[in-house]
Design a protein around this ligand. Structure first.
Ligand code: PXG
Length: 456
């Protein structure tokens, strides 16, 4: 941040340091430095309180798919706020926005996933799934079928059950997690762990760890397998093509339900409406959030297919679950407007077509950079592996991801660092000229990182 900050920025930083607990933050460190204050945003650009402009290569937190400043979404929200700012969906009541959104979603999701429970965050959606699947197996007369298997480095949220599903090691000890009934298996990170193996064989080997775990626990004890089509926060892990077909075969064979966490992959990110379309996955249920409203409102959903849906819809017992804001009219109105923008502007087709192809072409050019061991991507998701030695894939000591991220910020680009992997997930509305700018800034930040590491 610039040395001479305005009084207003200083005031905000002081208030913040004194009173605001941030997500995933070391507060001592932040207070010493002062938080960056983002005051407005337009298109693919963010602006801070000192007037600095940054290209948002992460679409917020993988969510602002239609870009910032979209009047259509603001107007739809304002209209709902005026007409029906709130009413609940308990007690045999609904609202037009929630009803219309659930029907609309049923036309976009993979076949059969036609029933939706609304919540307010990805964490709540996954937590709700955990309760749903337990209820399902109880109703089926199989109360022992309860353990849920998920993956190391998976990210499914932070509430007690969602954090138990998550497989990022730092998320567990502070809250004595995971809860009982959760198990974690290996994840298909070929570049990091596949060594010299053929990626196709590696995909099968990692998928087999699901079968091993099911057999170890007993198939009659396993309720579901939960996974992101592409692991996002865990390092943008795109599985080899053999992985998903084998996982699905194993789930079917052992009667284990498959829950796809589409919180990042959903709403166009991988070039189709859902990551399940891109990877040809037929899940029993899905979680969605983020791109559903492009982050303009807090909204998420669990979609269920016929197997769970029929049982839950036909239960004679009340499902004792739901949030004050489930199916909130304003959030649902904004989601409908967001989907309309995506359809009118053919953003999913563009991500799967010209914009995605241009992004992937530019991303691949970074492979010639002295720090870059691999780039990989799908749709408008991209990862850049920073290595010390391209041949052996040896990493640098220390947190090079944060080092590179800081150089990105200084250069005017938001790129996320996960260990030594840099990650991109820009708005789906990004133009070719803006992509040119994004990659120019990325090279600049990589050069600055290389200089700091003594490589250039
Ligand atoms: N599932 C997935 C796949 C996610 O990426 C969640 C669930 C939880 O959603 P909520 O709305 O409860 O946050 C997420 C969230 C990061 C980062 O640093 C990623 C997420 C959240 C915060 C930070 O990449 N993803």
């Amino acid at each position: 941040m610039s040395p001479a900050l305005s009084n207003q920025t200083k005031r905000w930083q002081e208030m913040d340091a004194a009173h605001h607990l941030h997500p995933f933050t070391t507060h001592k460190e932040l207070a010493a430095k002062g938080a960056r204050v983002i005051t407005h945003a337009e298109g693919v650009y963010l602006y801070d309180s000192e007037g600095k402009r940054m290209l948002d290569g992460m679409a917020g937190l993988w969510c602002v798919n239609v870009g910032y400043g979209r009047k259509e979404l603001a107007e739809a929200g304002a209209k709902a706020l005026t007409e029906l700012p709130y009413y609940n969906n308990f007690f045999q009541t609904t609202n037009p926005y929630a009803a219309e959104l659930s029907e609309k979603l049923s036309t976009l999701t993979p076949q059969g996933l036609d029933r939706f429970f609304f919540a307010n965050s990805g964490s709540e959606a996954n937590d709700s799934f955990v309760k749903m699947v337990r209820f399902f197996w109880n109703l089926q007369g199989r109360p022992e079928k309860k353990t849920i298997i998920s993956r190391k480095q998976g990210y499914h949220g932070v509430t007690m059950a969602a954090a138990s599903l998550s497989g990022i090691p730092s998320m567990h000890p502070q809250a004595d997690l995971p809860l009982p009934g959760f198990a974690h298996i290996d994840y298909p990170y070929w570049y990091g762990q596949g060594g010299d193996s053929d990626p196709r064989e590696f995909g099968l080997k990692i998928a087999k760890s699901l079968e091993d775990k099911i057999l170890e626990l007993g198939a009659d004890k396993v309720a579901a397998f939960v996974a992101e089509p592409v692991q996002g926060a865990g390092g943008l892990i795109i599985p080899p093509e053999t992985y998903w077909p084998e996982i699905q075969r194993i789930c079917k064979k052992h009667d284990v339900l498959l829950h796809a966490d589409e919180v990042i992959c959903g709403f166009g990110r991988t070039g189709n409406w859902f990551g399940s379309h891109t990877f040809d996955i037929a899940p029993d249920s899905m979680a969605m959030a983020k791109g559903m409203t492009s982050g303009y409102q807090a909204l998420s959903a669990v979609a269920v297919g016929p197997r769970m849906g029929e049982v839950l819809f036909n239960a004679s017992e009340e499902w004792s679950h739901g949030f004050t804001y489930s199916g909130h009219p304003v959030a649902c109105a904004v989601a409908l407007a967001n989907i309309e923008v995506m359809e009118t502007e053919k953003l999913v087709e563009k991500c799967g077509g010209e914009t995605g192809a241009y992004f992937q072409k530019k991303l691949a050019t970074l492979q010639t950079h002295p720090l870059v061991g691999e780039t990989r991507g799908v749709g408008l998701l991209g990862a850049i592996e920073i290595v010390k030695d391209k041949k052996t894939r040896e990493r640098f000591d220390g947190d090079v991801g944060t080092m590179c991220r800081n150089h990105c910020f200084e250069s005017g680009l938001v790129m996320r660092g996960i260990g030594s992997t840099m990650v991109l997930s820009p708005p789906l509305t990004i133009s070719h000229a803006e992509l040119d700018e994004l990659f120019e800034l990325a090279v600049k930040a990589l050069d600055l990182t290389a200089r700091e590491l003594g490589v250039l």
